[in-house]
Design a protein around this ligand. Structure first.
Ligand SMILES: [Zn+2]
Length: 231
């Protein structure tokens, strides 16, 4: 199975239906002849457009191709929180992640810095990389599903080492939505038909929150009659 731009678009549409701060476009920079693991180049967001690439080196763990691409959206989501005027630091994001996943459970490295130190000591292992934990937690946040069933069609399968913890998709979604809101406090007058609009500090993000707590873009809000509350 070959990864195509259409596959990337499908994954992005799903991810952006929940996490609207993702780039509006993600481009597949290379297309290999056969199935390969997707990865996000550094920097993965260039001029407001996300980029993913596909490697020929297969991770020896298989799940649905869409889940691998949603995982890549997770890396881009993190970069957006760090770069797009949000100004959240990697330290802050990963500290919050660690608290939500491992806090008080007595499992896993004590902190993400300890995990990094261990990688440096033992040699790099992707499945113990805190950045990969972030991207896989984003995946189950988007899916709203976690499964232990590993197969080429598995949805919500986590590849990273969870140190015995069962991740909670709803908790991960709440964490990442909370983080997305933390730096978008500037409130502007509402357009006709809406009650409020929030705008990010760099003027690029407009987010409305519906009364049932769904986040939608400004364009979507303007095209939908309804009442929205302050984000
Ligand atoms: Zn990754």
């Amino acid at each position: 199975m070959t990864v195509t731009q259409a596959d990337v678009d499908t994954a992005l549409n799903l991810s952006r239906s929940i996490f609207v701060t993702l780039p509006q476009r993600v481009i597949l920079d290379s297309t290999p002849p056969a199935y390969g693991d997707a990865y996000t180049p550094n920097p993965g967001i260039i001029g407001g457009v996300g980029h993913v690439q596909v490697s020929q080196n297969h991770t020896p763990i298989v799940r649905s191709q869409q889940d691998d691409l949603i995982h890549e959206d997770g890396h881009l989501f993190e970069q957006g929180l760090e770069d797009n005027g949000f100004g959240l630091t990697k330290n802050y994001l990963y500290t919050r992640l660690w608290a939500a996943v491992f806090h008080g459970r007595g499992w896993g490295p004590d902190s993400w810095q300890v995990a990094i130190a261990e990688l440096n000591r033992t040699g790099y292992q992707w499945n113990n990389d805190p950045g990969e934990l972030w991207a896989d937690m984003f995946l189950i946040a988007v899916r709203g599903i976690y499964t232990t069933v590993q197969s080429p069609t598995s949805v919500g399968y986590v590849k990273v080492n969870m140190y015995g913890v069962t991740p909670n998709p709803a908790a991960m979604r709440k964490l990442m939505l909370d983080l997305m809101h933390e730096k978008s406090p500037v409130v502007y007058p509402s357009p006709p038909g809406q009650t409020m609009v929030a705008k990010s500090e760099d003027d690029t993000l407009l987010v409305y929150q519906t009364t049932d707590d769904k986040l939608i873009t400004r364009d979507a809000a303007l095209n939908t009659l309804g009442t929205y509350k302050r984000v």
